[in-house]
Design a protein around this ligand. Structure first.
Ligand code: PLP
Length: 395
């Protein structure tokens, strides 16, 4: 049986919670940067599952690792040791500032762990510090704690009372951050580059100032690298562009190239506030997903995809700036590596739909910003084809 797209749509719309406004296609296959729908139409994917499939779809190394692990051991409780989880934690600590990793299943869960660790850290020290400062227009997830930490009222609407203890400051304003810190502040939580908020890159010295301010105040700095991590911006982690490190970092999305995995990484002195029984996840770091993540990270390095991301990102940005020169509807082009945004003066949803009809999957955020986050293996001719398509469409 090969149901057609209207059939799949009707059945899905009748049964699945209506939390997503979906486009009218049903995808059945992915390879490289190409997705195929149930009618056989192909699309070049400039979204990669929202910055998830950084290696492209069904990367052979990940597929092989998943197949092998699925034949060997899918799941055991975190009451026991496993090699895939251990090897992954070693890889992550060797390639980052962190000494310890807590594994979970999503970005929101990774941020939940970071929020809990920051509060627990000061609890263990006997200090009543529990407030967390994050940025306006930030996005940290949809669970109650992470939406409480998210600086967008539309995400929090209808869920009040949200969790107390969160304060918001404008992104990229170090003075506002300094002024917002009080005796109860335990941490600052920031995306190094805001993703859902509109692909916003801070000024070069902002994060170093934030680091200094946190050190002076004796509070923790948490970077949410869920969207920016795993090579997406042209470094393994985006904070590497800014020459500083956080105390805690959260990852998810591209970590296992499409399998659900989140991680919270921390320095030893902070992580030590999480002892046995303090936090847990049944599926966190299960052997299957850990094997996928390990294969993802080793492929990222072996295939020089981060270097490639820098070169392709520079090329893509130059082509978007070419569009900006030609179309007055384009008001800004921004981003780093292959996390790029092009802001229009008008709503961009119609452009997304028209590009889809032409075989390109792109995305619109905050109403007027086209976001591009293709697999890091995207080729220049695929970028050129999208640029030609947008050149035809833009007023
Ligand atoms: C920066 C950031 N943090 C957290 C999240 C939440 O991740 P998840 O949807 O896996 O819970 C996202 C998802 O878009 C994100 O971009």
């Amino acid at each position: 049986m090969n149901p057609d797209i209207p059939d799949i749509m009707a059945r899905a719309d009748a049964t699945i919670a209506a939390t997503y406004k979906r486009f009218p296609i049903a995808l059945v296959r992915g390879e490289d940067c190409t997705l195929t729908d149930a009618a056989g139409k192909t699309y070049t994917d400039f979204l990669a599952g929202i910055a998830v499939c950084n290696l492209g779809h069904c990367h052979p190394r990940v597929t092989a690792a998943v197949s092998e692990q699925a034949r060997t051991l899918l799941h055991v409780s975190n009451l026991y040791y496993t090699l895939p989880q251990t090897a992954l934690a070693e890889w992550l600590t060797e390639h980052s500032f962190a000494d310890r990793v807590f594994f979970c299943n999503s970005g929101a869960e990774a941020n939940e762990a970071a929020i809990k660790l920051a509060r627990r850290f000061f609890y263990e020290k006997g200090e009543d510090r529990h407030r967390i400062i994050s940025a306006e227009a930030s996005f940290h997830g949809r669970t109650m704690a992470t939406l409480s930490a998210t600086g967008q009222e539309k995400i929090r609407k209808g869920f009040h009372p949200v969790l107390p203890g969160f304060d918001f400051v404008p992104f990229n304003d170090a003075d506002a951050l300094r002024d917002a810190i009080g005796p109860e502040t335990c941490a600052v939580l920031l995306e190094p580059i805001q993703g859902e908020g509109g692909v916003r890159v801070p000024s070069p010295d902002y994060l170093a100032s934030v680091r200094r301010i946190c050190d002076e105040a004796g509070i923790l700095l948490i970077f949410d690298e869920i969207q920016t991590g795993i090579g997406r911006t042209g470094k393994l982690f985006a904070h590497e562009h800014f020459g500083i490190v956080p105390d805690i970092m959260t990852l998810a999305k591209a970590l296992a190239n499409g399998l659900p995995m989140g991680a919270m990484l921390a320095k030893e002195w902070a992580a030590s506030a999480f002892g046995p029984g303090v936090h847990a996840s049944t599926f966190g770091g299960t052997p299957l997903v850990s094997a996928a993540a390990f294969a993802t990270l080793t492929a990222l390095m072996a295939e020089n995809l981060i270097e490639g991301c820098r070169a392709k990102g520079a090329y893509f940005k130059e082509r978007l700036l070419w569009l900006k020169d030609r179309h007055k509807a384009v008001v800004d082009v921004r981003g780093m590596g292959l996390l790029l945004g092009m802001e229009l003066e008008t709503e961009c949803e119609t452009i997304v739909t028209a590009a889809m009809a032409e075989g390109f999957l792109i995305n619109c955020i905050q109403g007027k910003v086209l976001r591009f986050a293709p697999p890091l293996i995207i080729r220049e001719e695929q970028i050129d084809a999208l640029i030609d398509c947008l050149d035809e469409m833009l007023p």
